[in-house]
Design a protein around this ligand. Structure first.
Ligand code: DGY
Length: 322
């Protein structure tokens, strides 16, 4: 056994990433890509100096408390860190990192895909063709909503939100946003700042959600806030399911209070998503693939490795979140 630090990799990563990781660390890999139970995770962690997990592995406070003392770091293969109790990690002296920036383009592409898919009834249309139910063309067949020139509201104008805004400008959309603080004028460009979620919702045609999942954003899009959107509006979510009150959104889509939604992330994903979504024609659904491009998944892996290298070299990792 060499004396390289040992990294437990909880899911199968791109081959190039596993190879690069292996050059610097001893790796405990998961070639079958099996989802580990918490008990298995803890057992494997007993041999590890660091863990490189995805958002599919959960680290609530009680799991963190049971991690062996030798685990120094949780270097996530994700930008979202809602699967890790950051306070508990901090208390135990475990460094936590994420992989920002490298997935902004890929996630923005999916947000635009969801916007267009929801607006132009892509799920319905695709099903008709696949199921041989497409019988005719007529002036009122599959008519949807146009997004060109409409008002796009961005909730959480961070890295991904700013790329979405840039792409949407290509559709001549006007950009509105809400953040805790306005961006500096160079970053904001022509985007209009609203100082509350409510003010944003009252002034847009499409909402794209990019705020992180945390206690303060849980169920943010609830019945009252959805009621501020108009009947032709479209809601897009590529952040985390937790920011949506599913009962409220399903009811709004069912009643026509809002026009359509495009969703890539869900409460209870994958099996436990709200059953109402599966029944609605006016939702365009994707299986949490915001960052799922070859380029991005490799870049996420390299970013996680860079964080681990910094930690074990005794340097401050670039993407420390706890
Ligand atoms: C992220 O990076 O947060 C993606 O949602 C995948 O976990």
């Amino acid at each position: 056994m060499d004396n390289k630090p040992v990294v437990l990799v909880t899911r199968r990563l791109p081959a190039a990433v596993e190879q690069k990781l292996g050059e610097r660390f001893t790796t405990l890999l998961n070639p079958d890509d099996r989802l580990y139970s918490t008990a298995e995770l803890l057992e494997l962690a007993a041999q590890a100096d660091a863990i490189l997990p995805c958002h599919t592995e959960k680290f609530p406070a009680d799991t963190i408390a049971q991690l062996p003392a030798r685990v120094k770091a949780i270097a996530n293969f994700s930008v979202g860190v809602d699967h890790v109790d950051l306070d508990a990690a901090k208390q135990k002296g475990i460094i936590v990192t994420n992989t920002p920036d490298v997935l902004s383009d890929a996630t923005a592409e999916i947000a635009i895909l969801l916007m267009l898919g929801a607006a132009r009834r892509a799920s319905e249309g695709e099903r008709l063709v696949r199921n041989r139910q497409w019988k005719d063309w007529s002036p009122d067949f599959m008519v949807g909503r146009q997004t060109t020139g409409k008002r796009l509201g961005i909730l959480g104008m961070g890295r991904v939100g700013q790329v979405v805004a840039q792409r949407a400008r290509g559709f001549d959309m006007t950009i509105h946003y809400h953040n805790r603080k306005p961006l500096d004028p160079v970053q904001a460009g022509d985007a209009v700042y609203h100082d509350s979620v409510e003010a944003l919702l009252a002034n847009i045609d499409v909402l794209s959600i990019h705020c992180p999942a945390m206690e303060s954003t849980r169920g943010l899009m609830n019945r009252e806030r959805l009621a501020l959107m108009h009947a032709d509006s479209i809601l897009v979510n590529t952040s985390r399911g937790g920011v949506i009150d599913d009962d409220a959104l399903v009811a709004a889509l069912n009643s026509g209070a809002i026009g359509a939604a495009g969703l890539d992330v869900f409460n209870g994903e994958p099996d436990g998503i709200h059953p109402g979504y599966r029944k609605l024609d006016n939702v365009f659904l994707l299986p949490h693939i915001g960052s799922a491009t070859y380029e991005t998944r490799i870049a996420m892996g390299y970013r996680a490795i860079a964080n681990l290298v910094a930690i074990f070299d005794g340097d401050e990792p670039g993407d420390r979140v706890a």
